[in-house]
Each structure stands twice: as C-alpha cells, then as structure tokens.
Write a protein that binds this ligand. Sequence first.
Ligand SMILES: Nc1ncnc2c1ncn2[C@@H]1O[C@H](COP(=O)(O)OP(=O)(O)OP(=O)(O)O)[C@@H](O)[C@H]1O
Ligand SMILES: [Mg+2]
Length: 329
Amino acid sequence: MDCEPVNEEPFITHDNLVFFAGRSVNLPREVAQDHRDQVNTLRDRLELHIDEHPGFSLVKMLHAGSVAKGTALKTVNDLDVAVYVRKDDAPTDEAELVGWMTERLREAYGKLINPDQIQPGTHCATITFKGSGLSVDVVPVLYEDDSDDCGYLVAKDTGERLLTSVRLHLRFVRARKNAHPDDYAQVVRFVKWWARQRKLADPTFKCKSFMVELLVAYLTDQGVDPTNYPLALEEIFGYIVKTGLAERIAFTDFYPASKLPSPTGAAIEIFDPVNPANNIASRYSTLERDRIVEAADEALGAITEARYATTKAQAVACWQVVLGPSFRG
Ligand SMILES: Nc1ncnc2c1ncn2[C@@H]1O[C@H](COP(=O)(O)OP(=O)(O)OP(=O)(O)O)[C@@H](O)[C@H]1O
Ligand SMILES: [Mg+2]
C-alpha cells in the first residue's frame, strides 16, 4: 500500500519560530542590557555604602533572576536580586525580616532613591524606578560568609527559607549556555512562553520558571538537541507526557547522586542542583502535576498535527495551541 506523500518541509519550521521569538517572546537585547545596568547601579551604590560603613548588615547584592540569566521573556516586569544579609544582624522573628531589610535598603540608597520607592512586600522588598516604572524585587539571603554564597534564600512566592546558592545557579545555567549558545536559553524561553499562555488561560495553572529551566537543562544534558526548536519542543513535551513528570530529576554538577534523599513522596521531584535536600517542586500537588502533563499532551498533539498539516492556516492554528494566538507563522 502506498503511503500518503508527506510535505517534505512542514509549513512551520525552525525559522518561523526564530522569527516569532524575536518579535514576541524575547526581551530585546538592549532592554535587557538597560535592566542589567539599573541593577548594576543598585549594586555599586550598595558597595559604596558598605565601604563607607564597615560592618553594615547588608553584605552584597547579586542579580539572580531571568534577566541576569538571559532567559527573560519580553513580558518580564520585575527583576530579581538577592541581598546577602548578615545572619546575626537580622531579626530572629521571620515576620520582621522584610521590614528590617527595607529600612537597611533605605539607609543605603538614601542619596539615590526616595524612601517611598522602596517598599516592603510579603516576602521581599520592592524598589521601583520612577522613569522606567521598572521594579526590582529584593529577596533576602541569610548568610554566614559561605565561599559559594550559600545561604537561606527567602522564596519570593512562598516565604519558604531555602538553603541554596543563586551564584551557583548562575554558574549552572552558564554551563548549559556554553554547551548550547543561544539555543538553551531560547528553548527555555519558549517553554516559559508556553507556560505563560496556559497561565493566561487558567490562573490556577502552575509551572514555575525555575522548574522549566531545570527541566530543559536536564533534557539537553540527556542529549535533546536544542538547535531545532520545533523538534526540541516536541521532545520536551514528549518527555513530560511519557514520564507523567513523575520521574526524579537531579544533577551532579555540585554534589553526587548519592546525596539525594530516598523517594520523598512528592508529586514532582526536581532537585536543586546546589542542595539535594531542596526539591524545588515540593509544593506541587498531584493534581497540579497532572495539569502540566495534560497541557504538554495537548501541545505535543498540536506539534505533531502541525507537521502533517495540509495548509499553512492549519499548521498555524496548531502552533497557536502551543504558543498562543499571537503566533502567526
Ligand atoms: N525553589 C527554589 N529553590 C532554590 N532556588 C530557587 C527556587 N526558586 C527560585 N530560585 C532561585 O531564584 C531564581 C529566580 O527564580 P524564578 O523562578 O523567579 O525564575 P526567573 O528565572 O526569574 O523567571 P521569571 O522570568 O519568571 O521571573 C532562580 O534562578 C533560582 O536561583
Ligand atoms: Mg524572575
């Protein structure tokens, strides 16, 4: 029996996704640089204050979020920085930590920023720049001079205290970026973009950026080729569907696998590359995991269908399932 001839070149290819990324997904290079410059100014001013006030309770600042890592989406509206706080100086009462840190930031930036531009939030302080409207979320890290900058990071979303090192996370990401220049970060941005579409459709959908980043790192480490974007996405969604996201994910960059705990019973186990006791997905329920798997299944089906589409309109409609209605091919 003859097989149906298949379109040799699908209507939507790698190049279409490159174009869409440039137009809609990626934070333009100049904007990212401008954001980084703003954070550098904050960091330099803090250093100056520290030089002038030896023993100040804030030790240093590290740009830790997606803009620092080169994985930010165009829609990013806040920058994440970690401020290392001397553990012995910080209030022992958790509820007082952010308010106390806000006061210290106001002291340090007195000459540069109005105090009302630095406000305490639930788990972080936020600095808002007047001109750009850009805001910088400052999360505290309780720190005791660890050489790898390990300390207790107060998670911005939950307030949980996590022993980790954002500096080593940056090194971890740098290694993947060196292995796959441009493509690792681009595939991370696509998957984050997909997750964002799902969240827009359903605000209860959860799939946090750090989880996406580690998942893409894990799969590229395992040999998934990130240089062809449609194929890479197909493989990533395929992995999620095949495993139901129930397979443990861990890395050996900073500790051997023998340090990992026995099964924790968590619905998703994706371990912090820096601390084997920190499952970064520990707060996801089985239901939340299954929602991710279901959405990945839908995306996988759409990508497969797109490959065999007989018209461009049909292929575009399929990709819109993955990348949202702004995708036009
Ligand atoms: N559960 C966690 N355990 C340890 N470190 C974490 C955890 N969550 C976040 N981090 C640290 O905070 C950084 C920022 O994480 P986040 O999930 O906000 O992603 P992001 O890269 O800034 O993405 P977005 O573009 O969505 O803001 C991570 O790179 C990591 O260093
Ligand atoms: Mg962020």
